[in-house]
Design a protein around this ligand. Sequence first.
Ligand code: ATP
Ligand code: MG
Length: 398
Amino acid sequence: MIEDVFRAHIQPSRIFANRDALSPHFVPDNLPNREAQVEELSKTLAPILSGRKPENVFIYGKTGVGKTAVTKYVIRKLERFAQEHNIPVRSVYVNCRVHDSRHRVLLKVTNAFFQGENFLGLSTSHIYEKLLQALESGIRLIIVLDEIDKLKGLSETVYMLNRANDELERGSVSLIGISNNLTFKEALDPQTKSTLCQKEMIFPPYNAEELRTILEERAKIAFREGAVDSSAISLAAAYAARQSGDARYAIALLLRAGEVAEEEGANKVTEAHVKKAREKVEEDIVMDMIKALPQQEQIVLLALARITLSRAGIKRLGQNDTVITSGELFEAYAKTARELGVTPVSDRWFREYISDLDMYGIIRTTPAGKGFRGNTRIVKLAVPANKVVSVLERIFLG
Ligand SMILES: Nc1ncnc2c1ncn2[C@@H]1O[C@H](COP(=O)(O)OP(=O)(O)OP(=O)(O)O)[C@@H](O)[C@H]1O
Ligand SMILES: [Mg+2]
């Protein structure tokens, strides 16, 4: 009954007390196993309170190891403390994946001081002058450049922001750069490197035990009392530890496990729910990856998924399980592209795409061998075809 579907949403959950505590946007009140990093960053920034400009900091470590969480936590506390003591400390958090050029970063930072004003159309140097003007009153600014490796024109950006310190009579600008790209720092030019990496912090991955404490803390807020087995938490922690010690993955897994338990009408989350959740989370990751692929590769995938679905129908009717060759897929791809109003690429490019998709693990290809023309390959989708079709049709057809 459709009403049952609706009813489930007005009834209080048997599993969750506060599901939002497991959302990626939740900012926890404390960060277990990051006490040392919190302290180190606090000590590095603290001189700002007595008017000395803190060293610029470069933080790196793999994905999901708490770089953003720790930085936001410390900055927030510092700003609050400064406010209580009437010290003009301000911070601006910039995600460089969104604000990915010098101009955009400057716009974002400067806007924080001129709320409601529109700087669109102004030149970069003009906006920079505005920023200096804002800081002139003695404001000590900390700029967090998160995912800094995504920033185009990084050297110019760092140079310009840092130069403010020479131009300001009062006030200062300090930088915190964050990256999960471990080779990024080495690729920096010497001057940028020495400016940005006055102080470096490396965040190690979490081990299973650390992830378990993180999850336990979070579970206390997120779940009803007794609604999650501690063995389920341990299992989620163990899976995430294997997944390069990523706390984001661990938390996502626990959320999914809770949802699976809920859908099944269970009273508590068990190991079995975590196992099922893992399959779903892996699938979510692949789907996110598919959403981010270049358009032409998406069209190749859409064509492949559609053929796969239609073949599944044939198979059920008792006919041969026919394989899909690269040649066939190329035809289908070209047809799908034209239907979508996109000009298909040549066979040469098509083969590049196939090998990309294979490398990502979204498809599997093997040489077709005897009886087929030259370099024909057998192509197989490695993810559920119906999911791929629904994700991509939403993108292309709205
Ligand atoms: N020590 C911790 N205690 C509680 N929660 C944590 C801890 N470390 C990380 N988290 C949580 O895990 C998730 C990922 O952490 P965070 O966003 O800080 O990772 P990151 O190192 O910035 O990763 P990325 O490089 O992918 O941006 C967040 O939801 C964060 O709240
Ligand atoms: Mg981050």
